[in-house]
Design a binder for this molecule. Structure first.
Ligand SMILES: [Zn+2]
Length: 682
């Protein structure tokens, strides 16, 4: 290869690599494999080492290079990097719209909304198409020069891309882009500034934290810290090892007329941009906000709301700046799901099985739309794990509809007056001694008739019987008045006992009694739930009911019999067995029956296919494959996808595949659909 050929080849390689970078990082597509692309990069590196005179700063081989810095240089932003005002509700958002209309004198404005990425804002400066500087926001006027580090991020182009003819046409058609801007796009001459967010995708965040933890290094509390920490490394090789990405959200004025046009330009210039769209009304923005809120979990990076701005840039700039924030832009944030608060006390709550659960009483705080006053601490182990004390400032997290929990203690906020949380030695409800369970995690009240346990049991039974209109408070009062001592007493309540009590008139007393009396018929699974057997929740109760069919056969079952039901292990079997052997419990069931409780029999689902393995092949006529699988599993059988010697039956529908041949070869029994269906109904 001559020197001239090498030069041309190097140029070609750089162009092709840049093209594939664009496909991968901006358009999310790939035309050649990673290996092929690596091979091109490798060839480039080889050629450059032979002809170092042709190495240019924009070569993809130069992404990681240079030496570690002593410190970051300060950089003055030509155009201030402003911050954005936050709003947290629709009324606040509408107030912003009103202000925009008032100050712009417009009756209606179009908006552009985009995802607010939780990362680190940076400014990129290109001169004649080449990336010459990257800087952090800093205080808005002066940031830090992070050029070497920014270059290691592949989604940041080292040179701007020249839009092709088709794209130029599209710009003209869609945005009536000005001729001067179009000319500039051809030459990419002069200075072009792009701003956006450096961030880390969720899955990479988890992966990186896991590997840091493994190495015994410090992990990062959130992706923004990680992005910021990674970009502010003096040694670019460390930054290069971090899976950082970039998305653009701002293009400094080049003569574009709207934000929508700017976003289209950004993509053509080689940037992935924040996801967004134009919107013509408040309602459109609201719908987008709600949709993003719902999809938030599925988006591969963290967002904390929507950025909404006036789409028309003339109007936007005319609106000006108040303090540090432009009037024409706002961040509509999702309700925070985390807040800090102070643990004021810890109460031990006694559940229906007697287990003590610590609940932190916290200074009321607002999270995700509700005021929170309590947070669960699960058990004594959790208290130890968190190291939480009374008086501590903590981080409360609420995910979905789950009860908020304490996820972190801010130990630096301690004053020294915090009090250690101790497991009470006597039950806070009845005063009986508290005993530690064998698993050493749970503590229980030793009093079988503990008041709190009674209350919870009655409440649980009321819910299982689907009795409306009676809650924890009422039950507590009725217990105190001696009206309730066990769940059966619910069915013994008389109108005259209730009417006249505080909160109960004659009508409401009558109503409650009628409601209770109307719920005397109950399904077996619900009845089992109502008994509050340890380890037996609704699902297990349902399994037991379907397996045994009647309360009598469950109470007569041995531990071994019980374990034959699907998914019933030894612990549950022992607990159920112990429950029914207890005379008090036998008496309770007897009393229920005497009060006229009718337990509806439940059809027994026999496990006739216990231990048998089936393989399905071909098309079944009468039932779908999914239904067939479900029925096999319900009857205790297994379904496998491949035929082996362990297979008991291969069910063959029409057009069977190779599994049929394999079955014949191995001598596995073959069933026609008809034979299979009759086996299911045996
Ligand atoms: Zn107690």
């Amino acid at each position: 290869m001559t020197k001239d050929q090498a030069k041309k080849r190097i140029q070609k390689l750089k162009e092709v690599i840049a093209y594939h970078r664009y496909l991968y990082h901006v358009l999310d597509t790939q035309e050649i494999s990673d290996a092929a692309l690596d091979s091109l990069k490798h060839e480039l590196k080889q050629l450059e080492s032979e002809y170092p005179e042709f190495i240019t700063p924009d070569s993809p081989t130069q992404r990681v290079g240079g030496v570690a810095l002593e410190k970051f240089q300060k950089v003055k932003h030509k155009e201030r990097m402003l911050s954005i005002e936050d709003v947290f509700s629709q009324p606040e958002f509408e107030q912003w719209v009103d202000r925009v209309k008032k100050y712009s004198g417009k009756k209606s404005v179009d908006f552009y909304y985009m995802t607010k990425i939780d990362g680190l804002a940076v400014s990129l400066i290109f001169e004649n198409g080449f990336l010459i500087r990257a800087a952090t926001r800093g205080d808005g006027r002066v940031g830090e020069d992070i050029t070497l580090n920014a270059k290691t991020i592949e989604s940041i182009p080292l040179t701007l891309r020249t839009p092709n003819e088709r794209e130029i046409k599209q710009l003209k058609k869609e945005f009536a882009t000005s001729p001067t801007l179009l000319t500039q796009l051809e030459t990419l001459s002069g200075r072009i500034e792009v701003r956006g967010e450096i961030y880390i995708p969720k899955k990479d965040f988890d992966k990186l934290n896991a590997s840091l933890k493994k190495k015994g290094e410090k992990t990062f509390a959130n992706p923004r810290n990680l992005a910021a920490g990674s970009i502010r490394q003096l040694d670019p090789t460390i930054t290069a090892s971090r899976p950082l990405k970039f998305r653009a959200w701002h293009l400094a004025d080049m003569g574009q007329k709207t934000q929508a046009e700017a976003m289209a330009l950004l993509q053509m210039l080689g940037f992935k941009s924040a996801e967004g769209s134009q919107a013509g009304s408040i309602n459109d923005v609201r719908l987008a906000f709600e949709r993003m809120g719902r999809q938030r979990e599925k988006i591969p990076y963290w967002i904390d709301g929507l950025v909404v701005r006036v789409d028309n840039l003339k109007v936007f700039y005319d609106l000006g700046v108040v303090g540090k924030t432009p009037r024409g832009i706002v961040a509509w944030k999702f309700a925070p799901e985390e807040a800090t608060t102070v643990v004021e006390d810890v109460q031990w709550f006694v559940g229906r099985t007697g287990k003590l659960t610590p609940v932190a009483l916290v200074k009321p705080t607002f999270i995700a739309g509700t005021t929170v006053t309590h947070a669960t601490l699960h058990n004594a182990d959790e208290i130890r794990r968190l190291g939480v004390k009374i008086g501590d400032t903590v981080i409360l997290t609420k995910a979905g509809d789950i009860i908020p929990k304490i996820t972190e203690v801010l130990k630096k906020m301690r004053t020294g007056n915090e009090k250690t949380i101790r497991v009470p030695q006597s039950c806070p409800m009845c005063g009986a001694p508290v005993i530690q369970k064998k698993n050493a995690v749970d503590y229980i009240c030793s009093n079988k008739n503990c008041f709190s346990m009674e209350r919870e049991k009655i409440l649980y039974a009321a819910r299982a019987f689907e009795i409306d209109g009676i809650g924890s408070r009422t039950i507590e009062r009725f217990i105190q008045l001696g009206l309730l001592t066990s769940p059966v007493d619910l069915f013994r309540l008389q109108i005259d006992q209730i009417s006249g009590l505080e909160g109960f008139g004659e009508v409401s007393g009558k109503k409650l009694v009628a409601e209770i009396q109307s719920k005397k018929k109950i399904r077996l699974s619900k009845f089992l739930t109502a008994l509050s057997i340890e380890h037996v929740g609704e699902t297990t109760a349902d399994t037991l009911a379907r397996h045994f069919g009647s309360i009598k056969s469950i109470s007569n079952a041995s531990i071994q019999d019980l374990q034959e039901a699907q998914d019933i292990g030894e612990v549950v079997a022992r607990s159920v067995h112990r429950y029914f052997k207890d005379e008090d419990h036998q008496k309770l069931i007897e009393e229920y029956l005497q009060e006229g409780i009718e337990i509806a029999k439940q059809a027994i689902t026999k496990r006739t296919l216990q231990g048998l393995t089936f393989v399905l092949t071909g098309t079944l006529e009468k039932i779908t494959r999914g239904q067939a699988k479900e029925q096999i599993r319900n009857l205790g059988g297994n379904v496998s996808s491949s035929v082996s010697k362990k297979t008991n039956f291969v069910v063959v529908g029409s057009d069977p595949g190779s599994k049929y041949d394999k079955a014949k070869e191995l001598g596995v029994k073959v069933l026609s659909e008809k034979e299979f269906l009759s086996k299911l109904s045996q």
